[in-house]
Write a protein that binds this ligand. Structure first.
Ligand code: SF4
Length: 426
């Protein structure tokens, strides 16, 4: 997706009850995608295939991009992975997949980039973990080498500190300094400061070496919700680098989704964060694209961006005796999500459509009237008919076996009428 398309999807301001204005950060260009400044919050993800496996990695990057990931990161951990990167980027271009690929480097990044200039050139951004670039005396040299590669190839970098690979030398130094204080800080506070300083000092060092500040994105990930909020509030207060938000090792299933949404939701509400990744552990057999959908839904439900029509559905209760209502809500959500890649081109604005699928007359008609299109299904003991509301007006009542098909056709017809004109001449 190009940056123009990203901008076009920006949701209108949510007004006085919406998020705080975004914190002013320096804008960074990653290929055609803008991050920070006045750009919308960008969704990104990471593959879990072996990067050396060109076919699998290309396939997964394409899937993540189709799901809406605007940047995709791949691990570059071996000479084989580094050699595969240019081939992956070439294949994606041939498939029409226009997504910037970010290389994730640890320990041996400086060697891999030196030995594979084509990889250094094909990547749109390098991720450097200051706690993992090397040990002892080699750390500073190898960090400088990575930054010099970025300068030479004109690439931005993310300096991504991580709780699990905290710079131990820096942590020990800050601990010693703390012990010498008349009133020492809590050890947890010192370690938090070490994480923040690891990111900020590394960024200052990169600028000193010659990397422009508008080619640097920062992150400092931890796995605890409250800790992450505290770390990013402080990073945002102390710098104007664009910030990549993510709760590291968020976990599997609902726990990972809830923890990530809680942490990132608080920060985004405060205007902190320029790009997000939801680090979910996929359930066995689950698609990697779930993390992209969760990131989009987080931004859309907060009113920050719009990606796909949102379906409001009641939870159901004892008044809904069949599963039809749940099936209809699922059918509608899946239908609009599947149509959205096409609508994005042919019917721009369709992503702002609101839909309601309600289980009975208690809240059904009221909620349906608030949506662009809503349906109120019959609850137990109610007449077997389903009134449909379009822009607040009851337009038709559906009955019989084909309610789902007919309701979906009404949605498609509405999108056709309301959103097609903008792209058609005359
Ligand atoms: S709208 Fe009706 S079916 Fe849905 S939760 Fe409320 S009372 Fe129950």
């Amino acid at each position: 997706m190009n940056d123009e398309a990203v901008s076009a999807n920006t949701a209108p301001c949510a007004g006085m009850f919406g998020p705080a204005p975004r914190r002013a950060t320096r804008q960074v260009r990653i290929g055609k995608v803008r991050v920070g400044g006045d750009a919308p919050v960008v969704v990104q993800s990471m593959t879990n295939t072996d990067t050396a496996d060109v076919a699998s990695t290309t396939k997964q990057v394409a899937e993540l991009w189709r799901a809406g990931s605007e940047l995709v990161r791949v691990t570059v951990n071996t000479p084989e992975a580094a050699a595969a990167v240019p081939r992956i980027v070439e294949k994606l271009a041939m498939m029409g997949v226009e997504v910037p690929i970010i290389g994730d480097f640890h320990y041996n990044g400086h060697q891999l980039l030196a030995n594979e200039p084509a990889c250094a050139e094909a990547l749109a951004k390098y991720r450097i973990n200051p706690g993992n670039v090397g040990f002892g005396k080699k750390r500073d040299t190898q960090f400088a080498q990575l930054v010099e590669f970025a300068i030479r190839h004109g690439k931005p970098v993310r300096i991504g500190a991580n709780w699990g690979s905290l710079d131990q030398a820096l942590a020990a130094k800050l601990m010693d300094e703390n012990h010498a204080l008349a009133v020492p800080l809590d050890a947890a506070e010192v370690l938090r400061e070490a994480l923040i300083r690891s990111a900020l000092d590394s960024a200052a060092r990169a600028v000193e070496i010659g990397l422009p500040a508008d080619r640097i994105i920062l992150s400092a990930k931890v796995s605890g919700v409250q800790e992450l909020v505290a770390v990013y509030r402080e990073m945002s207060r102390r710098s104007d680098f664009a910030l990549h938000l993510g709760l590291t090792e968020a976990g599997i299933g609902s726990k990972g989704i809830v923890a990530s949404s809680a942490a990132l939701g608080v920060l985004l509400q405060e205007g902190i964060g320029d790009t997000i990744r939801i680090s979910l552990t996929p359930e066995p057999g689950q698609s990697r694209t779930t993390e992209v959908i969760v990131a989009q839904e987080l931004l859309q439900t907060m009113g920050l961006r719009a990606f796909t029509p949102m379906v409001t559905a009641c939870p159901g209760c004892g008044r809904t005796t069949s599963s039809f209502f749940q099936e209809l809500a699922k059918t509608v959500q899946e239908h609009v999500r599947a149509k959205m890649p096409e609508w994005k081109v042919t019917h721009p604005g369709a992503e702002n459509l609101t839909l309601a699928v309600m289980g009975c007359v208690v809240n059904g008609p009221g909620e349906s009237r608030h949506a662009n299109i809503g349906i109120s299904l019959p609850g137990t003991g109610e007449a077997p008919s389903a009134p449909v509301f379009v822009d607040g007006e009851k337009t038709v009542t559906l009955r019989g076996e084909h309610i789902a098909r007919e309701f979906v056709a009404l949605i498609d017809g509405y999108v056709e009428r309301k959103f097609a004109a903008a792209t058609r001449p005359g």
